[in-house]
Write a protein that binds this ligand. Structure first.
Ligand code: HEM
Length: 317
């Protein structure tokens, strides 16, 4: 009896981290900062307009894509849970938008690299545990990162991309990606997996070596304010289609697919200094009727973790 129970226990797959464990991993790596998001803690709000592309409704048939234009609530952010992080740091930048129109709400949460740093929630926790600062050096221990990389090679791809170039010069001069795949197609339409890719109309520009030296740690908000004083900041939003063999479940894998469908244009028009987005939780599951979540385990685990983060920051904990 004892033996068979032990065998049964061994056969169980490791438990998935709970939503609280996902947020604890962020808090342990970046510290707890009262009232701030557990991830993308540093950021600011803006407003704009989304104009659906002519063919968007044929691909994603929801009422939202049939409007001539819809309101966009936007948040720009620096990745990680440290609200004091430098704008020059070689980490991801975030572009988040809530499009509201035709009776629907569509939240898009996007990162400035095409792949995520984990394939599964367990890998996410291990990645962050390996980066908890060593009390002596106040920096992550390279040995712990090496141990993580050996166990989870999926954790090496995003850091390699980030190390290969400087931080963006502006929130207006980097592309953004959903990493996770979603399933497009309304009633009566073909179902099609796609990732979101957002291309900046201003082109992609990273900091020069001189700028990395000379710019202050805070410049992204002032830079965008100045840019918006002259014109709107525009991006084209595409659904990228997978090539044969592209993973539909693993956001740490790049896609080779070159076909893409234009969904529309986001024009950011002004900063929102009143901070209307601060108390908002953008949710990867807030989708129009014609878009569904894929079975990607990272995507599936996110909503509950975001709710934990909201509860903690609303409670000031
Ligand atoms: C298991 C995986 C993940 C976990 C546990 C996680 C967790 C979180 C948490 C707790 C927040 C703060 C929520 C809030 O308080 O409002 C956040 C924000 C964010 N996450 Fe994730 N995340 C994950 C994966 C991803 C992926 C794959 C992306 C790819 C696009 C992403 C993009 C973002 C962005 C852009 C924000 C900022 C949202 C805003 O501006 O309010 N996350 N994440």
């Amino acid at each position: 009896m004892t033996l068979s129970l032990a065998a049964h226990a061994q056969a169980q797959p490791p438990a998935e981290p709970s939503p609280a464990a996902l947020v604890d991993a962020l808090n342990n790596a970046f510290g707890k900062h009262a009232g701030k998001r557990a991830s993308h803690a540093k950021g600011f709000c803006a407003t704009g307009v989304f104009t659906p592309a002519p063919g968007a409704a044929g691909f994603a048939g929801s009422p939202l894509f049939r409007q001539s234009s819809v309101a966009a609530q936007v948040r720009f952010s620096v990745g990680g849970g440290n609200p004091g992080v430098s704008d020059k740091s070689r980490s991801v930048r975030g572009l988040t938008m809530r499009l509201s129109g035709g009776g629907e709400v569509y939240d898009l949460l996007l990162l400035s690299e095409p792949v995520f740093f984990a394939a599964t929630p367990a890998s996410f926790v291990s990645f962050l545990e390996a980066r908890v600062p060593d009390p002596a050096t106040r920096k992550p221990d390279p040995q712990k990162i090496a141990v993580h990389n050996a166990a989870y090679p999926d954790g090496t791809r995003q850091p390699a991309l980030l190390a290969a170039h400087a931080a963006p010069q502006s929130y207006a001069t980097t592309a953004y990606f959903s990493n996770n795949a979603f399933v497009f197609g309304g009633e009566g339409q073909a179902r099609q997996h796609a990732r979101i890719v957002v291309e900046p109309q201003a082109g992609t520009h990273y900091l020069s070596a001189d700028q990395e030296q000379s710019l202050p740690d805070q410049f992204l908000q002032a830079e965008l304010r100045e840019r918006l004083g002259k014109d709107a900041v525009a991006y084209t939003i595409y659904a990228q289609l997978p090539a044969a063999g592209d993973s539909l479940l693993d956001p740490s894998q790049p896609w080779q697919g070159s076909a893409k469908v234009a969904l529309g244009t986001l024009a950011v028009q002004a900063l929102d200094d009143a901070g209307a987005c601060d108390g908002v939780v953008f949710m990867p599951g807030n989708l129009p009727a014609s878009i569904a979540m894929s079975d990607d385990p990272i995507l599936r685990s996110r909503a509950a973790a975001y709710a934990v983060s909201l509860a903690r920051r609303s409670g000031g904990k």
